[in-house]
Design a protein around this ligand. Structure first.
Ligand SMILES: Cc1ncc(COP(=O)(O)O)c(C=O)c1O
Length: 1012
């Protein structure tokens, strides 16, 4: 408690509320440092009684009340003043110690403090920013003499507070961060202060004074600002102060503070315009607020060393300030300008205009306007580099680049500016420790590939500004930065990377360089950072104080800012634009094109869709090079783009691709190899192109064999997209747009031992008995039973595992009823379950027909059906069976390669090992997250069922979708399924590792933690 803080009890507060305000109700104390606040719940009417610190002056309380009354006209999220019984807004009470305290009351606002929200969504920050903008706009015509005060929390006093308290800082890294930030503040921010607009401001928008809540929508988490409270720190100061203070506290603990700041500024700017000076001063003021807070706390800790609370509450500031010190002020300014919707680097415009009109000398000595050259594709989906070659791009890339140059008979190849690339694999390019964390992938220079030793010439007159040998792998190697000026006096820089060591000999900072003067030669890979010989040329409008450490590649999330800071170097090299291919469409353009030409019910995953352009093993990469762990796609079974599968397909494509009407041994070889994975009884197979086609064929086989039509299917099942398969798929025909089951389709209950009626050891036979009852009804109706079809572990049904004895008992009933048993192994087959190659083996049954699809071709469209000779013979009734592409030579070569890889890489055992650990880790998460109702599955076929309540099992479908979207943000792709869409489905390509599983569980834990 601070000096003079009031010490009234809740019953005192209740008495005050009754006597002074006419409010009858229970009081509960709210936290406050200086004052005492009590919530009075007066029969549904909720009011906050505020008992001021004895030292508080009346004038300041009057000012607050006037401000709130003023704001009430336009702002919904600020408290209303509640008048006392005598009509006065302020009344006074005496404490036991005789001190006089002013008392007043305001209406209670719903919501919880922003400080308590674990996850703070970008939407929330934007909303917060907008509310601050509205608040500042509303305060523009408010003033009160009391807020023109000399207040140590006024940002205008921040600089002198830091000056006087800095010596109290004991933490070395904190002091050094503060020193760095304050030096930059003095240089870049202080000169702007006089030009900042001033106004009445709230002055303390920290996350305890901001309430959030909202509309109950899980995806938004109810994250809207519902209240802005505590106007006790109001002051007349820089108008941008509210925004700066809000950002300062919002940034604490954020992994990417600038992104948070940008979201808030984006929202603010929708309500209130920021001047150039405000945008330029904003980041300096943000950091000043935190420096001031750290210094004031240091001073308080010195006075009261026993106050542990102070030290603890300062921890986030201590952790964040060093991070903020790593962000150059110029970068922050450019980012925040971009967020405010104004040109991010105004100076760049002058540089660009100058370069467009300037006479430039050729950097490699030949005029690239005339010289033949090729433009390379080094983007994420460049075919020049395969997935497995990324870590070792040189010398492969050297071979390929120089090979392409030779083929085109050119001496120079161009690597593009503003191109996302996967080439940067050194740890320095990662923004976080996880493989899914953002990496710097956007190339912000231009590459000129040419022989090592080629001379480099200054394109413009300038001065040597900096040079160094950045010798770490994948760095610039020897690098030179020249400083130039436009003809109207704007300073800018050009950077030359990957030079020879000799290039640095005899260089001196400040030496003038004439246009066309030879300044360097290109380095060999051994000295140039390990790259194919080339010049990295970059134009830089603000060196941000980074000199030769200025980055040549940027993070996708900061792409706009870095591209604005570094204009296109082709302004200097002037390679004809006709040689550059059109830029690939952005994600938004792709979405629009898709909406224009593709049917609307082809759904797209995630609220923020991913645009995937490359796959490798269990990873997918988006168009900006972000890596995702694919925990969802079971089609690329042995891994995306597995080189053996790719090579088998490509090799066969070069030789022959034709259909089954001619003899070719590949068909028989593939059939033999596939059938060898089945029990002896299943000795005939057919090849088609999709699982839908395979299921269609299965129905025809069953019909031909039994002469009957009626079939039993499971609730929530899905078997494919054709008309008859929709008929046998309750997931579709009983869902939106469905027309229900036709009379020949009979739906049996899902044998779900978690959610269904039957539990325990008898569940299997009991659920099977329900199938028997259906068979009996079919018979009684005088109809014939064709058979029973089910996925061996219902996937769309919610990643279920059948209870023991279920399938064997069902198969008995079906066969006794004259039907055949069809196992849809499209999702569960090919070793995915770990325990078996085909899931039916775990159920100790042998189906009559097995349907296969998705994983067979690792993405190449192969479907297949295995069956008994007797059924095949019945089908062979004179009508030809032909599927144009089914069993074609290329498909067979690919199918064989997939089986080879499964075997050689022991992927079934791998699935069993990794899956068992993953299952156990997910189960242990259930101990901490009550929303996890069930974790089930086997191998790499797992499901996590989310429920709102473990008793009622109310499905948490919205929450499951929320978690899948948060996982996507964290770089792990998975989906949801089940009749209530509340089962998170995990079904990765088989090379998914223990490390991937660990990351998945961590990300899952965090994503569940994000739930409100
Ligand atoms: C169990 C099952 N069977 C059949 C199919 C149909 O497969 P396709 O889309 O390859 O025709 C699917 C597709 O999701 C499936 O999950």
């Amino acid at each position: 408690m601070l000096h003079d803080a009031p010490r009234f009890s809740p019953s005192d507060a209740e008495r005050i509320a009754r006597d002074r305000f006419g409010l009858e109700g229970r009081a509960s104390e709210l936290t406050s440092e200086r004052d005492q606040n009590f919530l009075i719940d007066a029969g549904g009417r909720r009011v906050v009684i505020k008992i001021a610190n004895a030292a508080e002056e009346r004038a300041m309380l009057d000012a607050q009340q006037r401000a709130l009354t003023h704001l009430a006209a336009t702002i919904e999220t600020t408290p209303r003043v509640f008048a006392a019984l005598d009509g006065a807004s302020l009344t006074a009470v005496l404490a036991a110690d005789g001190k006089r305290h002013f008392v007043w009351a305001v209406t209670w606002l719903d919501g919880r403090p922003l400080a308590h929200a674990v996850r703070r969504s970008p939407d929330l920050w934007r909303d917060f920013g907008e509310q601050i903008g509205q608040l500042d706009a509303a305060l523009a015509d408010f003033d009160d003499p009391a807020i023109h005060r000399d207040f140590y929390w006024d940002l205008a006093n921040g600089r002198s507070i830091v000056e006087s308290s800095r010596d109290q800082l004991v933490d070395e890294s904190l002091r050094s961060a503060i020193d760095t930030l304050i030096a930059r503040f003095d240089m870049r921010t202080a000169p702007l202060l006089a030009s900042l607009p001033r106004s009445a401001i709230h002055n303390d928008l920290n996350d305890h004074n901001v309430l959030i809540g909202g509309n109950g929508d899980v995806e938004r988490l109810g994250q809207r600002v519902t209240g802005i409270v505590d106007f006790g720190d109001m002051v007349y100061s820089y108008r941008v102060g509210d925004l700066a203070i809000a950002i300062a506290y919002a940034m604490l603990g954020a992994r990417d503070p600038l992104t948070v700041a940008a979201s808030i500024v984006r929202g603010y700017s929708s309500a209130q315009t920021l001047t150039d000076a405000e945008l330029a001063a904003l980041y300096g003021l943000v950091t000043l607020r935190l420096c001031t807070s750290a210094c004031i706390a240091a001073e308080q800790i010195r006075q009261r060393p026993d106050n542990e609370y102070l030290a603890v509450s300062q921890a986030p500031i201590r952790a964040t300030l060093p991070l903020l010190a790593e962000i150059p002020f110029g970068l922050a300014e450019a980012t925040l300008r971009d967020a405010a919707g104004v040109q991010s680097v105004p100076a760049a415009e002058r540089v660009i205009a100058f370069l467009e009109r300037a006479t430039v000398s050729p950097v490699l000595g030949v005029d690239l306007r005339e010289e033949p050259s090729i433009v390379l594709d080094l983007s994420v989906d460049s075919p020049l580099i395969a997935g497995d070659e990324r870590g070792n791009a040189e010398p492969l890339l050297t071979d390929r680049v120089f090979g392409a140059m030779k083929a085109a008979d050119v001496r120079i190849a161009v690597g593009r500016y503003d191109e996302p690339r996967l080439l940067y694999v050194a740890p320095e390019f990662a923004l976080g420790p996880r493989p899914t964390d953002e990496h710097r992938t956007i190339h912000i220079g231009l590459d000129l590939f040419a022989d090592a030793g080629s001379a480099v010439f200054a394109p413009l007159p300038g001065v040597v500004h900096a040079f160094a040998d950045n010798a770490s792998p994948q760095d610039y190697g020897p690098v030179i930065v020249l400083r130039h000026a436009t003809d109207d006096g704007a300073e800018f820089f050009t950077l030359y990377g990957h030079l020879s060591r000799e290039s640095l000999n005899g260089l001196a900072i400040g030496r003038t360089v004439a246009a066309g003067e030879r300044i360097a030669t290109l380095g060999e890979p051994a000295v140039n950072g390990g790259w194919t010989p080339h010049l990295h040329l970059q134009v830089i409008t603000d060196l941000l104080g980074l000199d030769t450490d200025f980055p040549g590649v940027a993070a996708p999330s900061q792409r706009a800012t870095w591209v604005a800071l570094c204009p296109d170097p082709n302004l200097i090299t002037r390679v004809p634009l006709s040689r550059f291919p059109a830029k690939p469409p952005t994600k938004q353009q792709t979405l629009a094109a898709r909406a224009a030409s593709i049917g609307g019910n082809l759904s797209i995953a995630y609220r923020d869709p991913v645009k995937i352009v490359r796959g490798w093993k269990q990873y997918l990469y988006d168009d900006e090079g972000r890596r995702y762990i694919d925990a969802y796609n079971n089609v690329p079974h042995v891994g995306h783009c597995h080189p053996r599968v790719v090579e088998a397909g490509a090799a066969q494509m070069r030789v022959l691709n034709t259909n089954t009407r001619y003899l070719n041994d590949l068909l028989e070889r593939y059939a033999e190899r596939l059938l060898a994975t089945f029990p002896r009884e299943l000795d005939i197979c057919y090849f088609v192109n999709s699982a839908s086609e395979a299921n269609e064929l299965a129905l025809r086989l069953a019909r031909a064999y039994t002469g009957s039509r009626d079939i039993i299917v499971l609730e929530a099942a899905y078997h494919g997209n054709t008309s008859s398969l929709i008929d046998i798929s309750p997931y579709k025909h009983a869902g939106p747009g469905g027309a229900g089951a036709p009379d020949w389709v009979h739906v049996a209950p899902l044998p779900d031992i978690y959610r269904g009626a039957q539990k325990g050891a008898e569940a299997g036979p009991r659920y099977a008995a329900q199938v028997a009852e259906i068979i009996e009804r079919i018979r009684a109706a005088g109809r014939g039973l064709m058979g029973f079809i089910a996925e061996t572990c219902p996937s769309v049904g919610g990643q279920l595992v059948f209870p023991p004895g279920y399938l064997s008992s069902v198969y008995d009933h079906v066969r006794r009823g004259g039907g055949v048993c069809i196992a849809d192994e499209v999702q569960t087959g090919l070793g995915r379950m770990g325990t078996s190659f085909w899931a039916f083996e775990d159920q100790h049954v042998i189906p009559d027909i097995v349907v296969m699809g998705k994983p067979l071709g690792n993405g190449h469209p192969i479907g297949a059906v295995a069956t008994t000779r007797a059924i095949a013979n019945a089908f062979d009734n004179g009508m030809e069976f032909f599927s144009t592409f089914g069993g074609n030579t290329v498909s067979c070569a690919i199918g064989l390669a997939v089986l080879d890889v499964m075997h050689d890489e022991q992927l079934q055992r791998h699935a069993s090992d990794v899956g068992a650990n993953l299952l156990a880790s997910l189960r242990s998460l259930a101990e901490r997250h009550a929303i996890i109702g069930d974790v089930r599955g086997s191998g790499l076929f797992l499901g996590v069922e989310l429920v709102r309540d473990r008793e009622s099992l109310e499905p948490a479908g919205a929450e499951a979708s929320f978690v899948a979207n948060r996982m996507r943000e964290r770089g792990v792709l998975l989906g949801t399924d089940g009749p209530y869409h509340n089962v998170v489905k995990i079904r990765p390509p088989m090379p998914f590792t223990a490390g991937d599983a660990e990351l998945l569980v961590e990300a899952f834990d965090e994503s569940l933690g994000d739930l409100p």
